[in-house]
Design a protein around this ligand. Structure first.
Ligand SMILES: Cc1cc2nc3c(=O)[nH]c(=O)nc-3n(C[C@H](O)[C@H](O)[C@H](O)COP(=O)(O)O)c2cc1C
Length: 328
C-alpha cells in the first residue's frame, strides 16, 4: 500500500496535490468537485487588496480609487464592494461546509495597509489557513530592491497581528538576492512559501502593433524555475515549500517533491484537462513509486535537494560552461 500523505502548513494532507488559487476554486461547488477528484486541499480564488481597501475607504469617505462618483454611484459602488467581501466570506463558509479537506483563503496584496484587518474576518469565517499572494513588481525605480523586499516583511507582520491562522506566502521570482530573501522570509512567523506566483506578462501583437497580455496558462517548461529554487533552498528554509508553476502531471509532482517541495499547487492543468486530472496524476505517482519500490513520500521528499545530490553544481551556472565546452 503506497502512502501519499504529506505534512504541509501543519496539516496532514492525504496527498501533495493542492488546487491552486484560480477561477477553478471560486465556488463551493467547484471546491467540492476538486475534493471528489482527489485534491488534498484548496486555495480559494484570491480576494484583492484593492477590493478590501475600497470598502474601508468608502466607509471613511476617502476613496482614492475613484472619488468622482456621484452620491448614487457611490452607494452602488459601495454596495458592490461590500457584496464582494461578503461573498468572499460566504465562499469560505460554504466551502468549509461542503468539504473535509483544508480550505486555504487567499489574499492578493502588494502593500501593507488597513486591509490586513480583514485576515481576522477570514479566520472567523472558518478558513483553515491563509495564503498571501504578494504581487509586487519591482518596476518603480524610486524604490530600491531592499525597500521593496521590506514590504514583504511588513505585510507578513501586519497580517500576523490579525490572525493566528497558518500563513503561506506566495512569492515571485523578482528578488535580487533570491536565496537570501527566501531564507529570511522563512524565518518569519509563516508556515510555508509557495514558489512561484504567476504574473500576466505583456507581449506585442505584431499585426495591431499593440502591447497585449501573453498566454494565461503556464507551460511545463516554467517548472524548471521551481525545481532550481526549491532544490537550492529546501535544506535551508525554516518552513515548508510548495511548488507552483508548470506542473501538469504526476511525474512533474514527483520531480518537485524530490528536490524538496512538501506539496504542489496546480491551476493550468485543471483548466486544460479538468479536475479529473488530479486523479490521473495520483495514479501516475503511485505507478512511479511502485516501479521504484517506494512506499511513502517520506522516502522521496528532498532526496535530490542541493545538500543531498552528489553534484550540486548541476543546480548552478557551472553546467552551462560544461554544456558549451562539450557541444562547441
Ligand atoms: C486563470 C488563472 C487565474 C489565477 N488566479 C489566481 C488568483 O486569484 N490568486 C493567485 O494567487 N493565483 C492565481 N493564479 C495563479 C495560480 O494559482 C498558480 O500559482 C499559477 O497559475 C501557476 O500554476 P500552474 O502552472 O499550475 O497554472 C491564477 C492562474 C490562472 C491560470
Amino acid at each position: 500500500m503506497i502512502d501519499l500523505t504529506t505534512k504541509y502548513m501543519g496539516f496532514k494532507l492525504k496527498n501533495p496535490i493542492i488546487a491552486a488559487s484560480s477561477g477553478m476554486t471560486d465556488t463551493a461547488g467547484k471546491v467540492k468537485n476538486l475534493e471528489i477528484n482527489g485534491a488534498s486541499a484548496v486555495v480559494l480564488k484570491s480576494l484583492y487588496e484593492e477590493q478590501i481597501m475600497m470598502e474601508i475607504d468608502s466607509i471613511t469617505n476617502k476613496n482614492p480609487y475613484n472619488n468622482s462618483y456621484t452620491e448614487a454611484e457611490n452607494y452602488v459602488s459601495f454596495y458592490t464592494r461590500k457584496h464582494n467581501l461578503d461573498n468572499y466570506l460566504r465562499l469560505i463558509e460554504d466551502s468549509k461546509r461542503q468539504v473535509e479537506i483544508p480550505v486555504i483563503a487567499s489574499l492578493n496584496c502588494f502593500s501593507v495597509g488597513q486591509w490586513v484587518n480583514f485576515a481576522e474576518k477570514i479566520e472567523s469565517a472558518g478558513a483553515d489557513a491563509l495564503e498571501l499572494n504578494l504581487f509586487i513588481l519591482p518596476g518603480d525605480q524610486k524604490f530600491s530592491g531592499q525597500e521593496i523586499e521590506e514590504i514583504y516583511f511588513d505585510i507578513i507582520r501586519g497580517v500576523r497581528k490579525n490572525t493566528k491562522l497558518p500563513v503561506a506566502i506566495k512569492v515571485s521570482t523578482y528578488f535580487s538576492g533570491m536565496a537570501d530573501s527566501l531564507i529570511k522570509l522563512s524565518k518569519e512567523d509563516i508556515s510555508a512559501l509557495v514558489l512561484f506566483n504567476h504574473f500576466y506578462s505583456p507581449t506585442v501583437d505584431l499585426e495591431k502593433e499593440q502591447i497585449v497580455s501573453s498566454r494565461l496558462f503556464s507551460v511545463p517548461e516554467e517548472n524548471a524555475m521551481c525545481i532550481r529554487w526549491i532544490g537550492l533552498v529546501s535544506d535551508k528554509v525554516q518552513c515548508d515549500l510548495a511548488a507552483s508553476g508548470g506542473i501538469y502531471d504526476g511525474n512533474d509532482v514527483m520531480k518537485n517533491l524530490l528536490v524538496g517541495a512538501k506539496a504542489v499547487q496546480v491551476a493550468s492543468t485543471l483548466y486544460k484537462n479538468s479536475a479529473h486530472q488530479i486523479s490521473f496524476m495520483l495514479q501516475q505517482m503511485e505507478n512511479w513509486m511502485e516501479a521504484k519500490g517506494y512506499k511513502s513520500l517520506d522516502e522521496i521528499i528532498g532526496k535530490l535537494s542541493y545538500k543531498k545530490v552528489i553534484n550540486p553544481t548541476i543546480y548552478e551556472r557551472a553546467q552551462f560552461m560544461k554544456y558549451y565546452s562539450d557541444n562547441k
